[in-house]
Design a binder for this molecule. Structure first.
Ligand code: GRF
Length: 228
């Protein structure tokens, strides 16, 4: 292949990604769609849900992706026992990167540290603002004029960790949590595939808890609210 000799062997191989979901799975679908492109540097090798009834599982199966249900309930409060089963599934599929996409379970610090720099999450707010539950309600109560979405590497602290990509949307005065969530979701579906691409291409370095993105210039537009 022309040019292949200039790259280290595994730089050409598509990274194997597991997407972890608990529900609807629209971000998972956006990753599956992006990975259909021949030049996308990652493939969605596995979708794991902790809930057998997650709607996203059917979409993954319809797309021909291997799925696993790792139900957390038999393990009760024993997170490590749940994670052992999960890790086994990840190992079996030779997973390089994990993408959390609406996955509603917390991990132990040990699991997070094992996947440090290899596990991504998306949160529907401009972190570090509004981590945790009800980010859209938090944004509306704070009266911010812009909100958005953040893709970040996972660290033991919830909804924190080096930020890979963010995208902003305007907040309207008549927004409800639902209308704002819908607007934010449209940009989630764009930045998650972008962030995974950059990571899988090896273009993201973590330096002093910040991500430096090779060739990652900001778009030059500004988003201003109000825009009189
Ligand atoms: C998304 O808003 C994501 O940011 C958050 O949970 C929601 C999951 O939606 N972590 P979906 O299951 O990807 O449709």
């Amino acid at each position: 292949m022309p040019g292949a000799s200039t790259l280290p062997g595994d730089a050409m191989a598509r990274k194997r990604v597991a997407v972890l979901i608990s529900g609807r799975g629209s971000n998972m679908v956006s990753l599956i769609e992006a990975a259909k492109a021949k030049d996308y540097p990652a493939e969605i090798a596995l979708v794991v849900s902790n809930r057998p009834d997650a709607a996203g599982l059917a979409h993954a199966r319809a797309a021909g992706i291997a799925t696993e249900v790792v139900d957390h309930r038999p393990h009760g409060k024993d997170r490590a026992a749940f994670e052992r089963v999960l890790q086994h599934a990840l190992d079996e599929s030779r997973i390089d990167f994990i993408c959390l996409a609406g996955f509603m379970r917390l991990f132990t610090a040990e699991f997070v540290l094992h996947w440090q720099g290899r596990m991504l999450n998306i949160h529907p707010a401009l972190l570090p603002s509004f981590p945790g539950l009800d980010p859209h309600g938090q944004a509306l109560r704070a009266g911010v004029k812009l909100s958005g979405a953040t893709v970040h590497f996972v660290i033991p602290e919830t909804d924190a960790g080096p930020i890979i990509a963010q995208a902003a949307v305007p907040v309207r005065e008549d927004d409800t949590a639902d209308t704002l969530a819908g607007r934010v979701l449209t940009v989630e579906h764009r930045i998650y595939p972008l962030a995974l691409k950059l990571v899988a291409q090896g273009r993201v370095r973590i330096v002093d808890d910040r991500c430096l993105v090779e060739g990652g210039a900001a778009s030059d537009g500004i988003l201003m609210v109000p825009n009189d």
